[in-house]
Design a protein around this ligand. Structure first.
Ligand SMILES: Nc1ncnc2c1ncn2[C@@H]1O[C@H](COP(=O)(O)OP(=O)(O)OP(=O)(O)O)[C@@H](O)[C@H]1O
Ligand SMILES: [Mg+2]
Length: 367
C-alpha cells in the first residue's frame, strides 16, 4: 500500500439487468492534497465512480482504498466520516435552514450543539456567505449561494476527502468561474483530497491537478496533468473531447512570468533616428517604445521620429496592450490581436518587464 489517499484497483460496476458496464476496470489513485477531476460525456460513469468511493453504490468487482483502509471492508458510516460529499444539483434539504443543512453530518455524528453552531458559523464564512443567511431556506438563496452551501455541507465534519459531483453545474458561466476560483483558494487553505466530477473540459483544466477522461462504459481513456493531456492526447476520443481550441487551452495554463520576454523595440529619449529605425527593424514594426530600463512611457510612430529627427519624450502614445505578468499567455495573445502594435507590453505593477509577440507565444507551445 502506498500513501495515496484514494486508490481504485480494477473497479467495475454492472448494474443488475444492464447489458453494459457503467464502470469498466477502472484504476487510478489520488495522492493526499490533490484535486483529481473526472470528466467525460453524460452517462460515462462519473457519478457511479464517486458513489463507489463512499459506498453508496457497491462495486461489482475490484478494490477501493481510502486513507489506507480497504473501503469494501469498512463499515459505510465509518468510511463516510472520512469523506465529504457534495452532490449533483446541490441536493440541499429545502425545508431545512442553511445552518441546518450545513450541520447535517456533524449532527449525525452526535456533536454537541455549541460545537455545531461554531462550526456552521466558521463554514459560512469560509465559503464566502453572509452570516445573516444562516436562518434562511435554500429557496431564498441564489443558485451560486446554494452551491456554496453545498460545499460548506460537504466540508462540515472536516473530512480529509471530498467528493464533488458537478457542484457548480447549475449556475451561469460568470458565477461558475468565480466559484471555481473560490474553490482553488479554499483548497490552498484546507488541502483536502478531492475527486471532482464535471462534464465541462474547461472546468476540468482549470481545477484539476490531474484530469481523468472517461468514455461511455466507464472506460478510462487518459489520466494526467492538464498540460500533458493537452500536449499529447492519448487518442482521437480525447483529442475530440478537448476540442479544436486545444492550443488556446494550453495557453490558458501558462503564466506569463514563466516565459522569457523580449526587450522589445524600446529606446531612450534622445536616441538618434538611425538607431530608432534599427530597433524597429529588429521587430519588423513601424514604431518604437520610449522608456528606460524598467520603464515604458509610451510609443511613437517611426514617421514621428523622422520628422523630429530623433526620439523625443513629448507626445508619446500610451500602450493599450499592457498586461500583468501574472496573466496567462491566452490573455497576452488576446491583448496582441486587439491592438495595432501587435505586441503585449508586460508589467509587474508599474515596472516594465518586456514584450510578447504572437510568434513568441506560438514558439512556447510548439517547442
Ligand atoms: N441505479 C442505477 N441502475 C441502473 N443503471 C444505472 C444506475 N445508475 C446509473 N446507471 C447507469 O450507469 C451509467 C453511468 O451513470 P452515471 O450516473 O454514473 O453517469 P454520469 O457520468 O454521472 O452522467 P451525467 O454526466 O449525466 O451525470 C449510465 O448508463 C446510467 O444509466
Ligand atoms: Mg452524474
Amino acid at each position: 500500500m502506498n500513501d495515496a489517499m484514494i486508490r481504485l484497483e480494477h473497479v467495475s460496476k454492472t448494474f443488475p439487468g444492464s447489458a453494459t458496464d457503467a464502470v469498466s476496470d477502472l484504476s487510478f489513485e489520488v495522492p493526499e492534497g490533490e484535486i483529481l477531476v473526472l470528466v467525460g460525456p453524460s452517462g460515462c460513469g462519473k457519478t457511479t465512480t464517486l458513489k463507489m468511493i463512499n459506498r453508496i453504490i457497491e462495486p461489482s468487482s475490484g478494490v477501493i482504498w481510502v486513507a489506507g483502509v480497504n473501503a469494501i471492508e469498512t463499515q459505510p458510516h465509518e468510511l463516510r466520516r472520512q469523506i465529504g460529499y457534495v452532490i449533483q444539483q446541490t441536493g440541499l434539504f429545502p425545508h431545512r435552514t442553511i445552518a441546518q443543512n450545513i450541520a447535517t453530518v456533524p449532527k449525525l455524528l452526535g456533536w454537541e450543539r455549541p460545537r455545531i453552531s461554531a462550526r456552521v458559523e466558521e463554514l459560512i464564512d469560509l465559503v464566502g456567505l453572509d452570516s445573516d443567511m444562516a436562518n434562511r431556506y435554500p429557496g431564498e438563496l441564489s443558485g451560486g449561494q446554494q452551491q456554496r452551501v453545498g460545499v460548506a455541507r460537504g466540508l462540515a465534519a472536516d473530512p480529509p476527502v471530498l467528493l464533488m459531483d458537478e457542484p457548480f453545474g447549475a449556475v451561469d458561466p460568470i458565477v461558475r468561474t468565480r466559484l471555481q476560483l473560490e474553490l482553488l483558494d479554499l483548497q490552498a487553505r484546507v488541502r483536502k483530497t478531492i475527486v471532482f466530477v464535471t462534464h465541462d473540459i474547461d472546468e476540468a483544466i482549470q481545477l484539476g491537478d490531474r484530469v481523468a477522461i472517461l468514455n461511455v462504459g466507464g472506460v478510462l481513456e487518459q489520466i494526467g496533468t492538464p498540460e500533458d493531456i493537452l500536449r499529447v492526447p492519448a487518442n482521437d476520443f480525447v483529442a475530440e473531447f478537448l476540442g479544436t481550441d486545444r492550443g488556446l487551452k494550453r495557453l490558458s495554463l501558462i503564466k506569463i512570468h514563466t516565459v522569457d520576454l523580449d526587450p522589445g523595440p524600446v529606446v531612450a529619449p534622445g536616441t538618434s533616428l538611425e538607431e530608432a529605425r534599427a530597433a524597429a527593424a529588429r521587430y519588423d514594426v513601424d514604431w518604437v517604445g520610449v522608456g528606460s530600463p524598467g520603464r515604458l512611457d509610451g510609443w511613437l510612430h517611426l514617421a514621428e521620429v523622422e520628422s523630429a529627427g530623433q526620439v523625443t519624450a513629448a507626445d508619446l502614445r500610451p500602450f493599450r496592450s499592457r498586461i500583468n505578468t501574472s496573466a496567462t499567455l491566452k490573455e497576452a495573445l488576446d491583448a496582441i490581436i486587439s491592438t495595432r502594435a501587435k505586441v503585449a507590453a508586460v508589467f509587474d505593477g508599474d515596472h516594465y518587464l518586456g514584450m510578447l509577440t504572437a510568434e513568441r507565444i506560438s514558439a512556447e507551445i510548439t517547442q
